[in-house]
Design a protein around this ligand. Structure first.
Ligand code: BGC
Length: 472
């Protein structure tokens, strides 16, 4: 099709003059290899900058997890994982056999009021769910012993130790008052105390740190842990001597520590990311404008919204859903990432599943041509997200000179959006110029539900350390 850089097959048969306006969307959303390489190179510099005392856009938070588990860790740990959408409570039992564990878990949806209420409401909600879990699985925790607990908190915190963490800022449109700038551990402990829960917090970790630990435990070739879900981020192990901001602490020469990059904040100063008018609108209308610019272009929380804004614009230009009632399309965040994923899985001639989704989620009945146009737009938005995601992973590997490794990735979008992984892998291939016949040197491997065991292992490392430190 003349004018388009890529011949969008889905648009075959439609008169060119009717769809030439889509060319602008191609120009906005298609990222060629050269652009990915440029973004990655700038990303590497920003990762470096985050490790300096002056800092930069990317926080590069020191986690105080200073080694990987050996695989011989044992013990029983409760874990709480507060993500962007759910709270997961887990009881993990690390067995005496190498790399073996059992876990019982329960998931609770985080209600919207809890995401935007007060700190006390949030912590009481978490303590309440833990109490329910203890009643179901631990005789209410009345066994007389205090249980060690590891807390996975999927937000950026500044940590002076593994048992503390000051929330730098809320992300993922959370807006809970009284928590930013505060150490979250005493706040959560106070909520446990209000309910008399027999638990002791031994570790506070990020979800990417948990994923890295859990996937490295099962596959030592894993060097990066990443989440691609409501939010997007990655963690890796760094040599302390390469972290200038730790220079004055007097750590042993060969010490290492896991860095939670918090790279969703990449390019907050708008140096390289090719922002479209829709990206700017999403940022403007978010709970924290000016923050998490990369995450807002990439992660699951925003890709549905991106599609909604594009469709709304095209409707207003008289190009889509003529004479239809678009009331629901006007609702902010009306579409989740799963809408895009379902649409892309529809290979029927009439795009019937896709039509059903439009009816269910938006009360719209598009004609076939409109469905095809939306399908094309979904491809653009999702491919851009996957290719930009590849830049962050590539940047960590480039920074660490890792030509070959595995990356453990958890998160609903990565695990459930079929096609996402392939597109991200192609992005890595384009950045590193691997020939088509060469295997993927940096392989993105799904690490599902690693959070519980990762957090339990982090706690086991702390408990082991405490044990060693005890006088004989
Ligand atoms: C948070 C990170 C987290 C990521 C994935 C981001 O919004 O800032 O701490 O790892 O989401 O959950």
């Amino acid at each position: 099709m003349a004018g388009f850089r890529y011949r969008p097959e889905i648009l075959d048969g439609m008169p060119e003059s009717d769809i030439m306006y889509l060319k602008e969307y191609e120009d906005w959303f298609v990222l060629e290899s050269d652009e990915l390489k440029k973004i990655t190179d700038h990303f590497v510099k920003e990762l470096e900058k985050g490790l300096t005392k002056e800092g930069g856009n990317i926080p590069m938070n020191v986690t105080w997890v200073m080694g990987f588990p050996s695989g011989h860790e044992t013990g029983r740990v409760l874990t709480l994982d507060m993500g962007g959408t759910n709270l997961r409570v887990c009881d993990v039992c690390l067995s005496t056999r190498k790399r073996d564990f059992e876990q019982t878990q329960r998931k609770f949806k985080l209600p919207d009021e809890v995401k935007t209420g007060t700190g006390e409401q949030l912590w009481d909600f978490i303590a309440g769910r833990l109490e329910t879990f203890l009643h179901e699985h631990h005789d209410g925790g009345q066994t007389g012993t205090t249980l060690p607990l590891s807390f996975t908190f999927s937000f950026p915190v500044d940590q002076k130790s593994i048992r503390s963490g000051v929330l730098q800022r809320w992300t993922k449109n959370f807006n809970v008052s009284g928590v930013e700038g505060q150490d979250i551990i005493p706040q959560l402990e106070a909520a446990f105390k209000r309910k008399n829960l027999p638990v002791r917090i031994v570790a506070l970790i990020n979800d990417t740190t948990g994923t890295l630990i859990a996937s490295h435990y099962l596959d030592p070739q894993v060097k990066v842990g990443s989440i691609f879900s409501t939010g997007c981020n990655a963690a890796y192990m760094e040599e302390c001597e390469l972290i200038p901001k730790l220079a004055d602490i007097g750590l042993p020469k060969n010490a290492k520590v896991i860095i939670n990059t918090e790279y969703g904040a990449f390019d907050n100063d708008h140096k390289v990311l090719p922002l479209t008018p829709f990206d700017r609108q999403i940022d403007r209308e978010s709970a924290r404008p000016g923050t998490q610019i990369y995450e807002k272009m990439v992660s699951g929380l925003y890709i549905g919204e991106m599609l909604r804004l594009i469709m709304l614009t095209l409707h207003e230009q008289g190009r889509l859903f003529k004479d239809q009632d678009i009331t629901r399309l006007r609702n902010e965040n009306a579409l989740e990432a799963s809408f895009l994923s379902v649409a892309e899985l529809d290979f029927s001639d009439g795009l019937d599943d896709m039509r059903e989704e439009f009816e269910e989620s938006l009360g719209l009945s598009p004609n076939l041509n409109e469905l095809k146009i939306c399908r094309y737009l979904i491809g653009l938005v999702a491919t851009r997200a996957a290719r930009l995601y590849a830049c962050g992973i590539a940047a960590i590997c480039k920074k660490k000179n890792m030509r070959k490794c595995h990356v453990g990735v958890d998160g609903s979008v990565f695990n459930k959006y079929s096609g996402f992984k392939g597109r991200a892998a192609q992005g890595l291939r384009d950045i590193f110029d691997w020939p088509p016949n060469e295997l993927e040197l940096i392989a993105l491997n799904s690490s599902e539900d690693g959070s519980g065991v990762g957090a339990a292992l982090a706690a086991a490392l702390v408990l082991e350390g405490e044990q060693k430190a005890k006088p004989l």
